[in-house]
Structures are given as structure tokens and as C-alpha cells.
Design a protein around this ligand. Structure first.
Ligand SMILES: Nc1ncnc2c1ncn2[C@@H]1O[C@H](COP(=O)(O)OP(=O)(O)OP(=O)(O)O)[C@@H](O)[C@H]1O
Ligand SMILES: C[C@@](O)(CCO)CC(=O)[O-]
Ligand SMILES: [Mg+2]
Length: 387
């Protein structure tokens, strides 16, 4: 018996970084997923090890169960129904288990992901041997919420195996959690995000758990029903960066310039709220859709300016902004910035030829473009009897 979970990545339409400081943000799930399969020993033949296979990277990590017990003796009685907080001490202990692994130097950014896995696994399942396999359609560390999709799919798979949660109903072989189970998945995943991000707002794990499009402020989410055909081009600068460092950088700037940054965060709050209102307001014909798109474009441009004030843009992002503007298309960074991905609004009446031209020009600069479906489902679970 094995369980497979999948959780989506996300785009942030407005409000990244400011959301960490209490502003409103707007985010949507995208149809690119991280998949986590958990197999217990009877299927895998592995009876005293916890194994993690990162299949896309052909990497395998394993820990003898007795070693995990030795280093993390306090995880002996896990209660999946009561998420605990990852104390700095427990994170240090987990990190020491990760240090015992041979992580290739070029992949050292995976260390925090390994810590999050070990912490979530032992906190939810205790000392059970298992093989856990991870694959992802998301680029890692690029602003599309790979860390959240990873934590949500790990938490979802582990909770679905814990027997004390029920799955509501099925959809083409995939099961979905009920409301209270989703809340549990989200709470556990947030702990994993804390290990990877340092100080997350919780927006990424929330949108990955619940799917759809959401407005998020200080831990509270409101579902947004879009009343317009929202199409975004996502361009990956391919410049690697680390969300934890970027979030810490904005906090440091806030300590240096508290009043100025307060004004920046307040402006972002207004932008996100206005964006949510526009997306939800009725639009019956092409003229009203175009009018709404023009307002969204202006808000994206304003949000990007404020992200520059926060110090999280990058020359590669600026190149994409200039390139898309030549085609009268508006863009902003999405996620933590510092490289990563950029969103460009593609108006409903924009000709396919222009889209092809702008993609060709961005490709020539060495960037990677994709158009993802927005606002789909959150965490889903699938069971199978053998591997
Ligand atoms: N599929 C995966 N397998 C293993 N580790 C992963 C996976 N996905 C994410 N991670 C962990 O998350 C880290 C990337 O998280 P980070 O928050 O920096 O970027 P992101 O989540 O892609 O972007 P953002 O937070 O801006 O949306 C990786 O370096 C790794 O530690
Ligand atoms: C940069 C940030 O606002 C979004 C990263 O996708 C961090 C967070 O909210 O946790
Ligand atoms: Mg992340």
C-alpha cells in the first residue's frame, strides 16, 4: 500500500514580502505540482531506514531509524491531530541529522528541505521506517512556491496515512481532504515552511493547501472568485535565489527605515485589496474586461515599484520588465524576487502573434517562459496497492 499526494505551486499577484509584515496579498494556485509518494516497509523491503528519494535530481538520502531515535528522542509519541511548533532546538537537531548526509556542494540549498522533511516525518509518523519519493514540475527556488508545495504534499501524504483523518470524496482517482483536515495539513506544512523560509507569512502553504485564488492577511484567507479570464505569462529568469535570505533582507531594511517601510507596506496593502476587488467585480463584455485589465496592469506596475523599494528586484527582472513593455505588456516579479520568476499579464484580446513574439524575445535573452493554468485545486491524495 502506498499513498501519493500532489500539491500545487503558486503565483503571487500582489503583496509578496509586505504580507510578511501584515499587508494583504493575492495569490493563486497554478497547475504545476509537487508529488510525494510514501511507502511503508512491507512494500519496499526497507525495514529499518527512513529513505528520501529526490527522483528529479537522482539523489537518495537515508537515515537508520535508530539514529533518528537517538538524535530526536522527543518525537516518540506523535499526534498528527495536534500540530506542534518547530522549536529552534528541534530544528538544530534535525539539521545535525542532515549534516550526516552527503549533499553535493552544488545542491546545498536542499539542506533546509531535508530538515523540513525529517522534522515533518518524525513529528507526524514517529520512528516508522519508510521510503518517500519526491518529484516536482516546479522549478526549485524560483518564486513559484516549490517549498510550500513540497511541505504541503509531505504533510498531506503523512496525514492521510495516519488513520485518524478521513478523506472526503474522490475526483478522478484523487481524494480531497475535508475542511478540518485541510486546516491540519496547512498547519503542519507551515512548520515545514518555517524551517525553509525562516519567517514565512503562511500565504504559500495556504494557497497550495486550499488551491483557488485567495486574498491573505495575517494568517486569514478569503477565497476570491475571478470574474475575468486572467492569463499570465510566467518567465523564469533562471537566476537562483533563496527566499529565506530575501525575507531577512526586507526585515533588516524595515529595522533601518521603519517609517518609510511602513508606508511602503501600507501602499502594498491598498494595491492588493484593490486588485482583489477588480478581479471579482462583474465584467460582461470585452470593453469592461479591457478596462479591468488596464487597472490590473497599473497596479502590477505600482507593486513592482514598491518591491524595488524593498530591495528585492534584480537586473534580470528589470530586463524582463523592459522587454515586455516594448509590447505594451506589464510585469512584476512574483514570489520572493532577487531573480526567480516574473509575471506578465496577457490581456484577453492580445493576439497570439504578439505572445509568440514576446516569448521568442525572452527566450533569446536566455529566460524560460511558461503559461500555467491559474486557480486550480489544492492538495489531493491518491492510493494504490503496489509500487
Ligand atoms: N521538490 C523538492 N525536493 C526537495 N526540496 C525541495 C523541493 N522543493 C522545494 N524544496 C526545498 O525548498 C527550497 C526552495 O525554497 P524557496 O522558498 O527558497 O523557493 P520557492 O519556494 O521555490 O520560491 P518562493 O518561496 O519565492 O515561492 C529548496 O532549496 C529545497 O530546500
Ligand atoms: C516573499 C514571500 O512573501 C512570498 C514567497 O513566495 C514570503 C512569505 O510570504 O512567506
Ligand atoms: Mg518558498
Amino acid at each position: 500500500m502506498e499513498v501519493r499526494a500532489r500539491a500545487p505551486g503558486k503565483i503571487i499577484l500582489a503583496g509578496e514580502h509586505a504580507v510578511v509584515h501584515g499587508s494583504t496579498a493575492v495569490a493563486a494556485a497554478i497547475d504545476l505540482y509537487t508529488y510525494v509518494t510514501v511507502r511503508f516497509p512491507s512494500d519496499s523491503g526497507n525495514d529499518d531506514m527512513l529513505k528520501l528519494l529526490l527522483k528529479d535530481m537522482a539523489l537518495e538520502f537515508s537515515w537508520p531509524i535508530h539514529r533518528i531515535k537517538e538524535v530526536l528522542p522527543n518525537f516518540s509519541n506523535p499526534n498528527p491531530l495536534e500540530p506542534i511548533s518547530c522549536s529552534p532546538e528541534s530544528v538544530t537537531l534535525v539539521a545535525s541529522l542532515v549534516e550526516e548526509q552527503n549533499i553535493p556542494e552544488a545542491k546545498i540549498a536542499l539542506a533546509s528541505g531535508l530538515s523540513a522533511f525529517l522534522w515533518l516525518y518524525t513529528a507526524i509518523q514517529g520512528y516508522k521506517p519508510a521510503t518517500v519519493i519526491v518529484t516536482s514540475e516546479l522549478p526549485l527556488g524560483s518564486g513559484l512556491g516549490s517549498s510550500a508545495a513540497y511541505c504541503v504534499s509531505i504533510a498531506g501524504a503523512l496525514l492521510s496515512l495516519s488513520r485518524c483523518v478521513s478523506l472526503d470524496c474522490s475526483h478522478q482517482g484523487w481524494f480531497i481532504f475535508g475542511e478540518s483536515e485541510l486546516e491540519l495539513v496547512n498547519k503542519w506544512a507551515f512548520q515545514g515552511e518555517k524551517i525553509i523560509h525562516g519567517k514565512p507569512s503562511g500565504i504559500d502553504n495556504t494557497v497550495s493547501t486550499y488551491g483557488n485564488m485567495i486574498k491573505f492577511k495575517s494568517g486569514d484567507l478569503t477565497c476570491i472568485k475571478s470574474n475575468m479570464p486572467l492569463k499570465m505569462l510566467i518567465t523564469n529568469t533562471r537566476v537562483g535565489r533563496n527566499t529565506k535570505a530575501l525575507v531577512a533582507g526586507v526585515s533588516e531594511r524595515t529595522v533601518r527605515h521603519p517609517d518609510a517601510m511602513k508606508a511602503v507596506f501600507s501602499a502594498v496593502d491598498s494595491i492588493s485589496k484593490e486588485m482583489a476587488t477588480i478581479i471579482q467585480s462583474p465584467a460582461t463584455d470585452d470593453i469592461s474586461i479591457t478596462a479591468k485589465e488596464e487597472k490590473l496592469e497599473e497596479l502590477m506596475e505600482m507593486n513592482q515599484g514598491l518591491l524595488q523599494c524593498m530591495g528585492v528586484s534584480h537586473v534580470s527582472i528589470e530586463t524582463i520588465l523592459r522587454t515586455t513593455l516594448k509590447y505594451k505588456l506589464y510585469s512584476k516579479l512574483t514570489g520572493a524576487g532577487g531573480g526567480g520568476c516574473v509575471l506578465t499579464l496577457l490581456p484577453a484580446l492580445l493576439s497570439g502573434t504578439v505572445v509568440d513574439q514576446v516569448i521568442a524575445e525572452l527566450d533569446l535573452c536566455g529566460f524560460q517562459c511558461l503559461i500555467a493554468g491559474i486557480g486550480g485545486r489544492g492538495i489531493e491524495i491518491c492510493f494504490s496497492s503496489s509500487s
